[in-house]
Design a protein around this ligand. Structure first.
Ligand code: NAD
Length: 346
């Protein structure tokens, strides 16, 4: 049963659908709904096994509970996975069937884009459900808000960790220049930072370097650059025993999910004197954007809320310093306090 699965964490709902006509095979998980309906993207991936898909949806939906709580928006954590190759399997019929699946839950889960699914895909899903978020035309691409949140937290981290009140002249190494990293690099260039960029897609990295004045760097070396700040915007588990020992940067702030390979790496960063912004705080700007898309769209309130992520960072930093704890564990505890206050079980 689900409760015996290693990634099960008291999820409120785990449900699967196979639709013969369209070929849809999908799982939706709602981790916690004490703060509000569950929200989280729909990942499309050719998972090798059903268990790999289940593990992902259980883990990712849990992460969304913590992200919504730390960002202080009235949502719980959910996620959907579709088992399909996003390059060949995304037919309109499959996405419409996904819309029917989401609609059948009556609003318990609100979907959006994720790895393998685009805003256009969310629009197609949204033709069949009221519970698809992120397509309000005036809101633009929520990845910009994610980059804005990373930037706001980075400014706060530079101030507290490096004693630098502005990012001008700071040396920043950016790993991954896709939706989030590319936008972040532009913000940093505008702020006068000295930049290095790396991406598995070398052409993309060289393109971003050419338009922002950054220096191109190979993917194996980017975390080793002699920089003040390292910004991971590509992979999970990038902060591990080996990479932490190789970091010269004293601040780490980036948009990638699940940056810590293990909980011990949280303390390793502290022991190395590195100020780390917990990933689920740094990259919460996108979900905050979705919240305003679903309530009353207000660029001013969105901006203020995103700037507030940096205030949360400062609060976590002060507690971590006072208690000699890892930044990640303090952030988890803050999120759990908020979930408990709403009657949740975490
Ligand atoms: P993306 O696919 O647009 O960009 C990721 C980039 O990383 C790509 O350009 C890819 O080529 C590059 N990459 C892959 N492996 C690499 C490696 N080993 N070294 C360097 N570069 C590598 O994805 P994205 O939307 O920018 O998301 C980036 C990260 O941020 C992901 O972990 C994602 O889950 C997380 N995130 C994104 C958002 C958002 O709003 N897009 C929100 C929250 C979290």
């Amino acid at each position: 049963m689900f409760q015996d699965h290693a990634s099960f964490d008291g999820h409120r709902l785990v449900t699967a659908r196979h639709d013969q006509a369209s070929g849809l095979s999908a799982i939706i998980a709602v981790h916690d709904d004490s703060r509000g309906p569950a929200i989280g993207g729909c990942r499309i991936s050719p998972y090798p096994t059903l268990d790999a898909a289940l593990t992902d949806v259980l883990r990712l939906s849990r992460g969304m509970t913590y992200k919504c709580a730390i960002a202080d928006i009235p949502y719980g954590g959910g996620k959907a996975v579709i088992i399909a190759d996003p390059r060949t399997g995304k037919t309109p019929a499959l996405l419409e069937a996904m819309g029917d699946f989401v609609e059948s839950l009556g609003g318990a889960y609100i979907t959006s884009f994720d790895s393998g699914s685009s805003l256009d895909d969310v629009r197609t899903i949204g033709t069949r459900t009221r519970f698809a978020a992120g397509t309000l035309p005036e809101a633009g691409n929520a990845s910009q808000s994610t980059a804005d949140g990373v930037f706001a937290c980075m400014r706060a981290a530079a101030e507290l960790g490096l004693g630098r009140p502005a990012l001008e002249g700071c040396r920043v190494a950016v790993q991954g220049v896709g939706n989030v990293g590319g936008r972040l690099t532009r913000l940093l260039a505008d702020a006068g930072a000295q930049l290095w960029v790396a991406d598995a897609d070398e052409e993309r990295a060289r393109g971003v370097a050419a338009t922002t004045g950054a220096t191109w760097c190979g993917i194996d070396d980017i975390h080793r650059i002699d920089a003040d700040i390292f910004s991971p915007n590509a992979l999970g588990a990038i902060l591990n025993e080996r990479s932490i020992a190789e970091l010269t940067a004293k601040v780490v702030v980036g948009g990638a999910n699940n940056q810590l390979a293990t909980p011990e790496d949280d303390l390793r960063l502290r022991a190395a004197g590195i100020v780390y912004c917990p990933d689920f705080l740094a990259n919460a700007g996108g979900i905050v954007n979705l919240h305003y898309q679903r309530s009353t769209w207000s660029p001013a309130r969105l901006r203020e809320h995103i700037e507030g992520l940096a205030d949360t960072f400062r609060e976590i930093f002060e507690t971590a310093e006072r208690t000699a704890s890892g930044m990640g564990s303090v952030a988890n505890a803050l999120a759990e306090d908020r979930i408990h206050a709403a009657g949740g079980q975490r």
